[in-house]
Write a protein that binds this ligand. Structure first.
Ligand code: DSN
Length: 489
């Protein structure tokens, strides 16, 4: 490990203290439910011994992990800082204020809300906040009400109708967008009339003219930007221009690339925060914090964002807000900037490693933290490729490619991300070796025939010996870059 918490882990004091803390914690757990202690140990062993390439995962520091396991978990604190519906929230106020302060400073945001429990919660807070600000606030005034609590039932009925008539425009799932950006089976696709924009059929790149044309025709209340499987950067200044042209609120979901924004790899037009009205994120992906969400907003949206609880959130998870504050403090360091740059450099090395070995990549490469490999040319579905890689100790996830003929279940792609292994200290040479191992596994995988003799979409055959050879080769890389060095349970 070469970055922020690695030097600390390498110092024997820190590693010994962290080891003692975890040994003590596990022995306390063991006395109540030994199988949980055992599963917790097994999870560390598994994480240490596999090549974790899931683009949305990472390894949080011991400081972040330990902060989650405290008595803050036991406190109810519905409300906002200094304005709670429960007594005795003074320490929660301290924690939430620190998390928000770090978030504001780190991202240069006017307002930060640290309560969302996850990314979907952060997006729900954003959607409701936009509706409240754009639809409800004028309606409230019209009804002579100061807050939603003053409304009568027939006023609510009008509001419900107004909400239901609103439109959202987001990136389609197969182009790399996220379920919560208006996908039909998600609530975002039900609370809004929804339309999606895709990518250029030739280049597979975002086509801003097409987004503009769709926005002009559809006139959305919310223009959503952001992705979970698009391997390129977005020009958020252009997205804001489009939003302004049609009177939309620009909401950016930066969950995947928040670490690259925090680490100043994405700056200027590629930094969403100065351009979006509302920016949401998770805290556990490239940002390397605890599982959770965060909403950043301009001042005009602050009041409505603050109503996240009770509108769509339960009581805040104070222990998680504390861990977010610790992670955000880590992300404000120079070491984190180096980490973020390494994440992007490593993704390029991985993409180039794939391309040199004849692979097909969606958009032909990457300039963020993820690479989307199209495995259809190898005669495989994403599901077969994902399973064969897992047999060989390489953990990834299958993913649709644009206009995927295999749909969202079998898919034709596999998504790879560099945040986790970069935390372990992998550099560009190691990622080139990872590309070699991946391609070797896939070239030795064939679809198993179905009863009719046609190739199936799920079953596969991995040639004998390849899984073991790959695991041995991975072990060499992993041993050189141990996870939590010095941590012994
Ligand atoms: N599950 C996350 C991902 O893998 O991208 C997004 O919600």
């Amino acid at each position: 490990m070469t970055d922020l918490f690695a030097p600390a882990m390498k110092s024997s004091d820190y590693a010994e203290t962290a080891s003692a803390a975890y040994r003590a914690a596990l022995s306390v757990i063991e006395q109540v439910e030994p199988r949980i202690a055992e599963a917790t140990r097994a999870e560390l062993t598994d994480q240490r011994s596999s090549l974790k390439l899931i683009a949305s995962e990472n390894y949080a520091s011991p400081a972040v992990l330990l902060t989650m396991g405290t008595w803050f978990s036991d406190k109810y604190a519905e409300g906002t800082i200094g304005h709670r519906f429960y007594a005795g929230c003074q320490n929660v106020d301290t924690v939430e204020a620190l998390a928000a302060e770090h978030a504001r400073e780190l991202f240069g945001a006017e307002y930060a809300y640290a309560q969302p429990h996850s990314g979907i919660d952060a997006n729900l807070v954003a959607f409701w906040s936009i509706l409240a600000h754009r639809v409800e606030t004028p309606s409230l005034a019209e009804h002579g009400a100061k807050s939603v609590y003053d409304l009568r039932e027939d006023d609510w009925e009008k509001l419900r109708r107004a909400f239901g008539e609103q439109r959202a425009l987001g990136m389609s799932l197969d182009a790399g967008g996220h379920l919560t950006h208006g996908f039909r089976p998600n609530i975002s696709g039900k609370m809004f009339h929804q339309r999606s924009y895709g990518t250029d059929p030739e280049t597979q790149l975002l086509d801003y003219d097409a987004v503009r044309a769709a926005a002009k025709e559809f006139k959305p209340l919310v223009l959503i930007a952001g992705y979970s499987a698009y391997p390129r950067r977005i020009n958020f200044a252009t997205m804001r221009e489009i939003a302004d042209e049609v009177g939309a609120t620009l909401m950016v979901d930066m969950a995947h690339f928040a670490g690259l924004v925090a680490g100043k790899v994405f700056t200027g037009d590629e930094d969403p925060v100065p351009h979006a009205h509302i920016t949401t994120t998770t805290t556990h992906k490239s940002l390397r914090g605890p599982r959770g969400g965060l909403v950043l907003a301009t001042k005009e949206y602050a009041d409505s964002v603050d109503r996240g609880c009770p509108m769509v959130l339960g009581g805040p998870l104070s222990h998680m807000m504390a861990a977010k504050a610790v992670a955000l403090a880590e992300a404000r360091t120079a070491e984190f900037r180096t980490y973020a740059q390494n994440v992007a450099d490593n993704a390029k090395a991985l993409a180039e490693g794939f391309l040199r070995r004849g692979a097909t990549l969606v958009t032909g490469g990457t300039d963020n933290h993820l690479v989307l490999l199209d495995v259809s040319g190898l005669g495989l579905t994403g599901r077969q490729a994902e399973s064969a890689l897992l047999d060989a100790g390489i953990v990834t996830n299958r993913n649709s490619v644009p206009s995927d003929p295999n749909g969202a279940w079998y898919t034709s792609g596999v998504r790879f991300g560099t945040p986790a292994l970069t935390t372990r200290g992998f550099g560009t040479a190691e990622f080139d070796r990872v590309a070699e191992l991946v391609i070797d596994v896939l070239k030795n995988t064939t679809p198993a025939a179905t009863k009719s003799g046609a190739p199936g979409k799920a079953k596969y055959v991995l040639a004998d010996g390849v899984a073991d050879q790959t695991k041995a080769a991975s072990a060499e890389l992993l041993d050189k870059h141990p996870l939590y060095p010095g941590l012994e349970l």
